[in-house]
Design a protein around this ligand. Structure first.
Ligand SMILES: O=C(O)c1cc(=O)[nH]c(=O)n1[C@@H]1O[C@H](COP(=O)(O)O)[C@@H](O)[C@H]1O
Length: 237
């Protein structure tokens, strides 16, 4: 049964922009309300490493490249990315325990005490039960998220990315240790876009999320700074 938790939940704003100028304007607007800023595949592919350094001047960076390859290759990518100074880097839990362990070890060797934290993505928030079945995963979303979550944390992940629907179950299964980072957040009245498993920011704070990740409801708003502030207020900041 879901319990209400009191640990703080912060706002991470996804800066999914095609160029650094746009991302930096959003970063400046939302910085008063955001604890993390996410540099993802779109921005990193367009602007590369300088994007991480520039965005980090506003707030700590969550570098979301969702690495998924053989352990040696993922370890090499973490070694190359660590000097950029991101606070968090994503990998896919589906890469298996050896890949997660290699990512963690590479982060420790490259970063020391200031190493990037490793976040393992469980099942993407855009994936519904039918899509999971199409790709050959039987047993349903919750079972797969719990399986991958346990595997990744046991192999050394510092936290997990999951959808709103699995936050309570992961907290019950794994305790307060791992960070739970939750995209697919939609304030009341906003559209779901391509997200299949969504919830409000308030519900996620109560369920035990560490960070909620919000992109388009903020970046497509007429006033991104005000939209971010509204969500931070809903989270209790
Ligand atoms: O790792 C992520 O951040 C992520 C994982 C996931 O399962 N689903 C998901 O939406 N995301 C990211 O979270 C952000 C959500 O953006 P919006 O749907 O615009 O709020 C995007 O940058 C996605 O890349």
């Amino acid at each position: 049964m879901a319990t209400t938790r009191n640990a703080p939940c912060g706002l991470c704003v996804a800066l999914d922009a095609p160029d650094l100028a746009t991302a930096e304007a959003w970063a400046a607007a939302v910085a008063p309300s955001a604890g993390l800023l996410k540099v993802g595949l779109e921005l990193f592919s367009a602007e590369g490493a300088p994007a991480v350094r520039r965005i980090a001047a506003h707030r700590p960076v969550f570098l979301d490249l969702k690495l998924h390859d053989i352990p040696n290759t993922v370890a090499g990518a973490i070694r190359s990315l660590a000097p950029l100074g991101a606070a968090w880097i994503t990998i896919h839990a589906a890469g298996g325990a050896a890949m997660v362990a290699a990512a963690r070890e590479a982060a420790e060797k490259a970063g020391g005490a200031n190493r990037p934290r490793i976040l393992a993505v469980t099942v993407l928030t855009s994936i519904d039960a039918a899509t999971l079945s199409d790709i050959g995963v039987a047993g349903g979303t919750m079972q797969q998220v719990l399986r991958l979550g346990r595997l990744a944390v046991a192999a050394g992940a510092d936290g997990l990315v999951c959808s709103p629907r699995e936050v309570s179950a992961l907290r019950d299964a794994l305790g307060e240790g791992p960070a739970l980072v939750v995209p697919g957040i939609r304030p009341v009245g906003s559209v779901a876009d391509d997200q299949a498993r969504t919830a409000t920011p308030e519900a996620m704070a109560a369920a035990g999320a560490t960070w909620v990740v919000v992109g388009r409801p903020i970046t497509k708003a007429a006033d991104p700074g005000a939209a971010a502030q509204g969500i931070a207020t809903a989270l209790g900041w």
